[in-house]
Unconditional design. Structure first.
Length: 277
């Protein structure tokens, strides 16, 4: 055997364990909130889901609040299974919370672990009593949902962090809900846009937060979001401090774009997946 050929083969053998290790390492579970691609989904939901899978996402958070763009649950589950996508959770409006049994039935078909209230009505902004009433509704829904093996969750909006006479509405709702019945989904971008510090809230409610919308903002109190890594949210520190990292449902979300929504979804995946390791 020629010496150069021998050395080349020896080098290949030495590198093989690293190559095999890299190949064996599973890619991180990472999802996207379908609202990011809402305009595409309205036109063709199945094609949009296929694009999500092609980028590398393993999970998608559905939108029961938008009737999943008209696709029936059984048909949607078949599409997800064919694309090897999971849908661990969905967002609800208050109407779906009122029609809880139907919502839970759909959740079982689609494989949801959690049904998450997307927001309080806009009319609740600045009304602490509205947050207290919603906390009570979430507790009641959570009690019923736990009996069927599903969690009820709450997703924050920017308005939730705007203090009223020194009191933050988000704190009112969280502290009134029962941890055994209601879990939290921290939207890092909404928190920042509302003037809150996502890292501070992650530390404050570490045991309550089981899901994340990883979203960036150009500044605390800004009026819009940006691609991940281009704003003020420190995702490396945030991921390192996630309390329930292995079980957490982690989704990327972006609502405003400089390019197309699909391109934003691709860039955000490329930024975040390596951080999740």
């Amino acid at each position: 055997m020629h010496r150069r050929t021998f050395l080349a083969q020896l080098g290949a053998l030495a590198a093989a364990p690293n190559v095999l290790a890299a190949a064996a390492k599973p890619k991180p579970r990472l999802g996207i909130q379908l609202y990011t691609l809402r305009d595409d989904a309205r036109k063709d939901l199945e094609r949009t889901l296929a694009s999500i899978a092609q980028i590398g996402y393993t999970d998608v958070e559905l939108l029961q609040s938008m009737k999943n763009f008209g696709m029936p649950p059984k048909q949607l589950r078949a599409v997800l299974d064919r694309l090897h996508l999971r849908a661990p959770s969905t967002h609800l409006g208050t109407a779906e919370l009122d029609d809880l049994q139907h919502t839970l039935d759909d959740a079982h078909v689609l494989g949801h672990k959690a049904i998450i209230l997307a927001s309080l009505p806009g009319s609740a902004a600045g009304n602490l009593d509205a947050y207290r009433r919603m906390a009570d509704r979430l507790n009641a829904a959570g009690e019923a949902a736990r009996k069927s093996g599903v969690w009820v969750g709450f997703h924050d909006e920017a308005q939730d962090f705007k203090a009223v006479n020194g009191v933050v509405p988000y704190d009112v709702l969280v502290q009134r809900t029962d941890p055994k019945l209601v879990r939290l989904q921290l939207d890092t971008g909404n928190c920042a846009v509302g003037g809150g510090d996502p890292l501070a809230y992650l530390d404050k409610y570490a045991d309550r937060i089981w899901s994340y919308h990883l979203k960036d903002a150009p500044a605390l109190g800004a009026s819009h979001d940006v691609e991940l890594g281009k704003g003020v949210v420190n995702f490396k520190r945030l991921i390192a401090r996630m309390h329930h990292r292995k079980e957490a449902l982690i989704y990327i979300e972006q609502e405003s774009y400089t390019a197309t929504p699909l391109e934003a979804a691709r860039k955000n995946y490329q930024y975040l997946a390596p951080l999740l390791g």
